[in-house]
Write a protein that binds this ligand. Structure first.
Ligand code: NAD
Length: 249
């Protein structure tokens, strides 16, 4: 069964990691995917992949977001996946780092939702529903982690934004949910491991905080992402979906 047949879905930060895996999974589920990323070289890997078209988009560029929304057809699904990790306590956090975290992790989502909601509302009016999925994390209001001040605070804000949008638009059949992954083996996680003072120990520490004893693969997440963008989740809105291998048991 093609769970996303006839659905047009835009994904931010689809150049690598969970965004890229989601683009492929959504296309395999029958969606027409618009895969966006700030890095056009990464998007080039989708050339020739059936069901995926690509657009360069920097989610911190307010004007680019507005003009993309006017160019594209109305969406059935929007997956705001972009996010960055700042490593450090509140004592290590400069105002510049904080601005970067706020901009990429939460302000971008406000702007994406504001720009694409009119189309999502039109689509809900015409076909019955549409869905927004926002990337949060288990490191948010769900749980505190060491050295994740800016990350945890901004990912908690994602959950607040998600619930507010869900409340405002539930009667218009636009759903909005947040995804809270555990530790997922992606290029940026590998970067965090490689840049640690002791990379072997850093990888062990990331695995140790996962009760299942392993990192998630991107495809531990993609079935849930497809589900939350599909009509199979039509009675689910305003929720934080933890896919964390048991960390928050
Ligand atoms: P990643 O961090 O490896 O890749 C991030 C992608 O974002 C890259 O393709 C990059 O080019 C793109 N990007 C960076 N800045 C951008 C911008 N301004 N505009 C558009 N694109 C931009 O991928 P990942 O680890 O799968 O992380 C994706 C999301 O999942 C992030 O929001 C992250 O916080 C969240 N998350 C990750 C983990 C994990 O363990 N990897 C866990 C929980 C949540």
């Amino acid at each position: 069964v093609l769970l996303l047949k006839n659905k047009t879905i835009l994904i931010t930060a689809a150049g690598q990691g969970m965004g890229a895996a989601s683009a492929l999974a959504c296309a395999n589920a029958g969606a027409k995917v618009i895969a966006t990323d700030v890095n056009a070289d990464l998007l080039a890997a989708f050339k020739g992949v059936a069901g995926i078209e690509t657009r360069q988009l920097d989610v911190t560029d307010a004007e680019a977001i507005k003009s993309l929304a006017t160019e594209l057809p109305d969406l059935d699904g929007l997956f705001n996946c972009a996010g960055v990790v700042h490593h450090g306590t509140v004592l290590d956090l400069t105002d510049e780092d904080w601005d970067v975290a706020l901009n990429i992790n939460i302000t971008s989502m406000v702007r994406m939702c504001r720009a694409f909601l009119p189309g999502l509302l039109r689509q809900a009016d015409s076909v019955g529903s549409s869905s927004i999925l926002n990337m949060s994390s288990m490191a948010s209001s769900e749980k505190g982690f060491v050295n994740r001040t800016a990350y945890g605070a901004t990912k908690a804000a994602v959950i607040g934004l998600t619930k507010a949008i869900a409340a405002d638009f539930v009667v218009r059949n636009v759903r909005c949910n947040a995804l809270c992954p555990g530790t997922v083996n992606t290029p940026s996680l590998q970067g965090r491991i490689a840049s640690a003072p002791d990379p072997v120990q850093a990888e062990k520490d990331f695995i140790a905080r996962q009760p299942m004893g392993r990192l998630a693969t991107v495809d531990d997440l993609t079935p849930t992402i497809v589900h939350l963008l599909s009509d199979g989740s039509r009675f689910i809105t305003g929720q934080t979906m933890l896919v964390d291998g048991g960390v928050t048991i």
